[in-house]
Write a protein that binds this ligand. Structure first.
Ligand code: URA
Length: 269
């Protein structure tokens, strides 16, 4: 497959199929100029499901962040997880209060990967399977990753801020975030990623300890507080399913990931 058709195939996976080839071979259209005529994919045509978490990617007033948008203070639970390896950490989590969830959703993917994707919290499908991002939003996330030569099978690890499904799919509370925060921190210690990708507002504001709207955070690299680690913020795939006209912005964010980790050698990102 030549470079142009390979790129077209990757963009189509994301639902960005409005592209043309200029004389000379360069792409124009959705990728090149962020044209907002995203073609709705068959996937997006499916009848809408109950929204797992509202406002995941959308900008909301800073006074309406759901949680307070800040990394919670050190949890009262003083458990020291620093000696735990991956399996020990998963076992420790399984022994915690499930807060009404069926099971913990610890994470999935390549533990030695350069990229850690962090979502908000499991939804109903994830709660049932014990695996993050397996519903419609997860399928779109997989297609987004595919578009930049990444996958949970090979070179990314995926987890959430909260490891247990919040009842009724509501936003996680500050207490729930605080309870699970040490697990995420230990996962980062063990994994030592080069890049954390926060998908959605709650993940972004929690990881970056801020209340800045997602639209102002996305599109550039940030510093993970107290770590020598880059953070990229992008839209939550559940938001993109509801707002496919925003996919061109997600594509711009994805290209930052590809550039940072060199996952698309042939891509003129
Ligand atoms: N949304 C998230 O933020 N995480 C999941 O695992 C699934 C849906």
């Amino acid at each position: 497959m030549n470079e142009i058709s390979d790129r077209a195939r990757r963009l189509a996976a994301l639902g960005l199929t409005d592209w043309r080839i200029r004389p000379g071979g360069a792409l124009e259209g959705a990728e090149a100029s962020a044209v907002k005529t995203t073609v709705v994919t068959a996937h997006d045509d499916a009848p809408p499901e109950p929204i797992e978490h509202d406002l995941l990617g959308a900008d909301v007033p800073e006074t309406n962040t759901g949680t307070d948008g800040h990394v919670p203070p050190a949890a009262e639970d003083t458990s020291d997880l620093s000696g735990l390896d991956w399996d020990g950490l998963a076992d420790w989590l399984a022994g915690q209060d499930h807060r009404g969830a069926t099971q913990p959703v610890f994470g999935i993917g390549a533990r030695e990967a350069d990229v850690l994707i962090v979502g908000e919290a499991p939804g109903a499908n994830e709660d049932e399977k014990g695996v993050p991002f397996v519903g419609r939003a997860g399928q779109l996330l997989d297609r987004m990753l595919f578009a930049i030569g990444c996958s949970r099978e090979t070179n990314v690890y995926i987890t959430n801020i909260c490891k247990f499904r919040p009842p009724d799919n509501r936003d996680p509370t500050a207490a729930e975030i605080a309870a699970d925060w040490p697990v995420l921190e230990r996962q980062i210690d063990l994994m030592q990623p080069r890049l954390v990708v926060a998908v959605g507002r709650i993940a972004a504001q929690t990881l970056l300890n801020c209340k800045t709207p997602l639209g102002k955070l996305r599109g550039r690299l940030h510093q993970y507080p107290q770590r020598d680690l880059d953070v990229l913020v992008t839209y939550h795939p559940a938001y993109l399913l509801r707002s496919p006209d925003q996919k061109h912005k997600a594509w711009a964010d994805l290209k930052i990931i590809a550039r940072r980790i060199g996952s698309l050698a042939s891509e003129a990102a």
